[in-house]
Design a protein around this ligand. Structure first.
Ligand code: HEM
Length: 155
């Protein structure tokens, strides 16, 4: 059971990190390069789409992590590497809900309008750059959690 859980947990972490790297190092530079062109809008629309997939991946990560914490008697939010990982994940979820989701919803609406032939709203580019910065912070959180999981300080 423990092997099954850790396998699912690591696969979810790998999927999240892989998707984040693809988004940050391939899609974002191309969206910037092709901004204000039909191809650029199509790329931006693609970039804003996989929210459900990411939320599902994070839910799997949290559920398998919680199950392992219960089975391993690590507890929740203690002063330990597992507690630190839990705190980082909570910060990521709160940061996403308060700092990312509202902008994402607004941008999606703007991009759909563009596809219907409307003009670009002046808020779209600042929204995009803000989204990239905030996702960067979240991605640092994922890397911190991978390091904590491998290093296990204090264990
Ligand atoms: C961003 C979120 C997270 C990422 C990227 C992440 C990543 C990882 C990775 C890569 C491992 C495998 C490490 C190894 O076997 O050497 C691991 C193990 C583990 N993680 Fe997470 N994790 C996250 C969140 C959580 C949460 C929220 C919990 C608890 C609720 C948790 C609890 C655990 C436990 C108990 C292990 C087992 C370590 C072991 O026994 O070797 N993780 N995690």
């Amino acid at each position: 059971m423990a092997t099954f859980l850790v396998t699912l947990h690591v696969l979810a972490a790998a999927a999240w990190l892989g998707g984040a790297a693809y988004e940050r190092f391939v899609v974002v530079p191309d969206v910037r390069r092709t901004w204000s062109t039909p191809g650029g809008w199509a790329l931006l629309r693609l970039m804003l789409r996989p929210e459900r997939l990411v939320v599902g991946t994070v839910a799997l990560l949290a559920a398998t992590g919680a199950a392992m914490a219960i089975i391993g008697h690590d507890g929740f939010f203690h002063l330990s590497w597992v507690g630190a990982k839990q705190a980082v994940l909570v910060l990521i979820v709160v940061g996403y809900l308060l700092g990312v989701r509202p902008g994402l919803t607004r941008m999606r609406r703007d991009v759909e309008r563009l596809h219907r032939g409307d003009a670009e709203r002046p808020t779209l580019r600042p929204d995009f750059e803000r989204l990239v910065t905030r996702l960067d912070v979240i991605h640092v959180g994922i890397v911190v959690n991978v390091i904590l999981a491998i290093w296990k300080p204090g264990a």
